[in-house]
Design a protein around this ligand. Structure first.
Ligand code: ZN
Ligand code: ZN
Length: 405
């Protein structure tokens, strides 16, 4: 209870910070959201109308649920859960950040040892969000530091914005080249603002970023302006392409944005190489290595194949039948001509085909059928039939049936 009272006495955010709770999410994130949502709804509808799509979606959901459940189970049993008794200083910081960002109940926080990696992430399972901080990042920043407030604020921003849920529901749209990665980058840019707002100043946010870039020893002593200038100066084709297919804004850009927030001047958007936009159109979903994305990729490819193969087979089938029908038409025209010229019916199909006859060489059915004369009852001319496809009337019926399907 003591900590709660202290929380309520937290001083208001630095007046210099041009942020309010309503302006933390960037307008471009909302724009991208609408576009990605429209595309995703279309794809989900398409999946819903094709039964095979529903099966794939169910398989994907089951695999995702299992993999995610296992990941969460590992955290619950191997990572350190932070609460009033365990790392109380860090827990107080989390509650302060949640209070500031208006997130209740306070999500679970885990500290995990990850072999020196400096990182943190937000995840979700069974309808609840939680935050994971890697132990080396925690040590590099300090458990009660404003830098860590920034990091927690960033992750709580993901939870408040329901980004993890959106990652699943909007998976089809996130898979789009250019738009998908741009939308994800806007998540990170928005969440950096949540972090800065939670920390109450941009200096600690910048220091946390520099620690990510330059490591725990040298990171916080780096010259932020000089590091940010890398974003302005490195504008070549490959840097542009890297930016366009990345699901994170580059570190130098994030520092640039945070510095712009500090000076309350909008950051200048340096141009990208136009050719990079062209190439990026061929990289679906960006270069994220997350296993969930690889899964989505596999499912979508499988789905496209499942939808394309029957359609292709149908077209292939009917084009074969079309060739056979043309052959039958030619043969029956030859037969009519034979009757006109000789005054009697042909007895053998060979009477119609030959170097000096109506058809020079024997026509071939693509299915391997051969053409024969079949005596027709009640008709004056024999019917010509394919041993595989039957008569022209049979083929006609087949076409009509496939059109009705
Ligand atoms: Zn993030
Ligand atoms: Zn045939």
């Amino acid at each position: 209870m003591v900590t709660r009272l202290q929380l309520m006495n937290t001083p208001p955010p630095a007046a210099s910070l041009p942020l309010t709770p309503n302006t933390l999410t960037l307008p471009k994130e909302r724009t991208y959201f609408s576009l990605v949502l429209i595309f995703s709804i279309l794809v989900w509808l398409l999946l819903a109308v094709s039964i095979i799509g529903l099966i794939y979606a169910a398989v994907f959901a089951a695999v995702f649920w299992l993999a995610n459940g296992l990941m969460v189970a590992r955290l619950r049993s191997e990572a350190v859960k932070v609460d009033e008794r365990q790392m109380p200083e860090l827990h107080a910081l989390l509650r302060e950040v949640c209070g500031r960002l208006g997130v209740a109940p306070v999500p679970a926080l885990y500290v995990v040892q990850a072999g020196g990696t400096l990182n943190a992430f937000a995840a979700r399972h069974a309808g609840r969000g939680f935050v994971v901080v890697f132990s080396d990042f925690l040590e590099a920043l300090g458990p009660g530091s404003p830098e860590l407030k920034f990091v927690l604020g960033h992750e709580i921003g993901h939870i408040k914005s329901k980004h993890i849920l959106k990652q699943i529901l909007l998976a089809p749209g996130l898979f789009l080249p250019l738009l998908g990665p741009a939308y994800r980058r806007s998540w990170e840019s928005s969440c950096d603002r949540y972090g800065a707002y939670a920390a109450g100043d941009t200096d600690s946010a910048v220091r946390a970023m520099l620690t990510l870039g330059g490591g725990r020893e040298r990171g916080r002593q780096l010259n932020a302006e000089v590091f940010a200038s890398q974003h302005r100066e490195e504008r070549g084709f490959f840097v542009s392409l890297h930016e366009l297919i990345s699901t994170y804004p580059t570190l130098s850009k994030r520092v640039t944005d945070l510095l712009a927030l500090k000076s309350a001047m909008p950051a200048r958007r340096p141009a990208r190489n136009p050719l990079a936009y062209f190439l990026a159109m061929f990289v679906p979903g960006g270069n994220t290595a997350a296993p969930a994305n690889a899964l989505i990729f596999i499912v979508i490819i499988g789905l496209l194949a499942a939808m394309a193969i029957p359609a292709f087979q149908k077209v292939h089938q009917s084009s074969i039948a079309m060739v056979c029908r043309n052959n039958l038409r030619q043969l029956s025209a030859a037969s009519d001509q034979y009757v006109l010229e000789t005054g009697h019916q042909p007895n053998e199909i060979t009477e119609l085909v030959g170097p000096d006859k109506y058809i020079k060489t024997m026509l071939v059915c693509p299915r391997g059928g051969t053409y024969e004369l079949s005596p027709a009852e009640g008709q004056d001319a024999p019917r010509i039939v394919c041993t595989v496809h039957g008569s022209m009337e049979d083929l006609q019926q087949q076409f009509e049936k496939s059109r009705q399907k």
